[in-house]
Design a protein around this ligand. Sequence first.
Ligand SMILES: Cc1cc2nc3c(=O)[nH]c(=O)nc-3n(C[C@H](O)[C@H](O)[C@H](O)COP(=O)(O)OP(=O)(O)OC[C@H]3O[C@@H](n4cnc5c(N)ncnc54)[C@H](O)[C@@H]3O)c2cc1C
Length: 504
Amino acid sequence: MYDNFQSDFLVIGSGIAGLNFALQVSKYGTVAIVTKKELMESNSNYAQGGIAAVLDKHDSFKSHIKDTLTTGCFINDKKAVEVLVKNAPKQIEHLINVGVGFSRENGKLCLTKEGGHSERRIAYVNDATGKEIERALLHQIRHHKNISTFESHIAFDLLIKNKKCIGALVFDTEKNEILQFSAKATIIATGGAGQVYSRNCNPKIATGDGVAMAASIGAKIRDMEFIQFHPTALALKNKPAFLISETVRGEDGILKNKNGKEFMDKYHKLHNLAPRDIVSRAIFAEMKKNQTNHVFLDIRHKGSAYIKKRFPYIFEKLWWFGIKMDKNMIPVAPAVHYICGGIHTDTNGETNIPGLYAFGEVAHTGVHGANRLASNSLLECLVFSDRAIRSVAKYIENELQLPTYTPHTHKVVKPTTVIFNQIKNKKRSIQKMMWNNVGIVREEKKMKKTLKKLLNLEIEIEKIFNKGISAPIIELRNINRVAILITKAALERKESIGCHYRLS
Ligand SMILES: Cc1cc2nc3c(=O)[nH]c(=O)nc-3n(C[C@H](O)[C@H](O)[C@H](O)COP(=O)(O)OP(=O)(O)OC[C@H]3O[C@@H](n4cnc5c(N)ncnc54)[C@H](O)[C@@H]3O)c2cc1C
């Protein structure tokens, strides 16, 4: 039993960013990893396509940098992009050493292509790359003597003492207890915020907690308006928006309208492999024109044997939904996928708050600019978590003592059915508003109206939160805070660029 757990490093989140950091930093001190659900449950675990890196002799850093900048509409941080691209091959090598079994042919790494890439440079593990990386990292972490893991522990507030971050308050959702995790350095690796929108392809954990917590203690937050929509998520009534990887188009999958006609040649010179924002808006326009709620993705021409071997995970998932991807066209429509903005950091994971670090999807290094290039996000998790190790280890050299316990005044209350339903309804209404009014195509008037409603909701949510803490109210509070940050940023940016597209 503990009500104050102390460690040198507190890592919030067990996706690839958090795990990769924890494993490597453990040689410098003790590590606590707190994670909301099970260790494997993360966006990382669902990543299908792969990791971008210059690995072929015909490819070059220059080309990967150019593709990243072009997709990001040239408002990326160029220095961060260089760091990302130039460190990529080293990270693939690191993963191989950790035990990741990349797909190979005749011993050579297989490389595929995705939207916006001018070369085949995506290393992958069939169509379940993230799962294999998580498995390999967790295999090493589970019995590591310097690393303690805490599942079903949700961090909800960051602790500040003498202007430094000294840990977090954490709610144990199994025991219904509040605990303090104090640490010399606190690392936010909480991933994305897809759950802010009603149609998204993120797991339930993606409620933007890290950004919400960091913003509330004054961390700089940037580029929240750049929400990336994945063009091809399954669009079947009452079924989840299951993602159909861009590598399906990379391996010649074709987008077709309701009459079975190709249409991407009308929208971009790269056709089906144009950057995601362009493909998403093209699909949106086709759906509007034909008054349908989806278009089709067709890969039948590649043949049954090839499809089953190359996309075993997607094939099986679709089969459960009643679609045979070797015989049927797949109904698809855009869904929220990734957030380009987040907690602003330098290329060593440092935020503007001493003792607070961030990397992975939750962070904003500027690498993505206005739109993320496909398969650059697993890469960002690896590159920036790796670079942060030295800077965090150096920081704790001067922090001689572990921070001590400071009492809190929060109450724990199991929500009654009435409260629970209130929380559920508020969450649904935020998700719907954000989808309709701060979505693929945005208008000033609708966004202003949405912001007003969100700010009113904030007061109501805070009242429920102060009555008693539970996991659903923590997440609702964060979803609303992040929705406010996105809407404010979208209102502030007057021009259309990348993922941010305004009609007015
Ligand atoms: C379906 C899908 C397919 C994708 N395919 C690709 C791909 O092929 N290539 C690519 O580069 N990218 C892909 N992405 C994006 C990529 O997977 C993510 O950007 C990346 O995995 C994020 O990793 P992360 O470690 O930053 O966060 P995550 O993997 O999301 O991990 C976040 C962790 O934080 C925990 N957490 C969150 N809040 C709290 C809290 N308050 N307290 C405690 N724990 C918390 C979560 O439980 C989770 O363990 C895909 C994403 C999805 C959803």
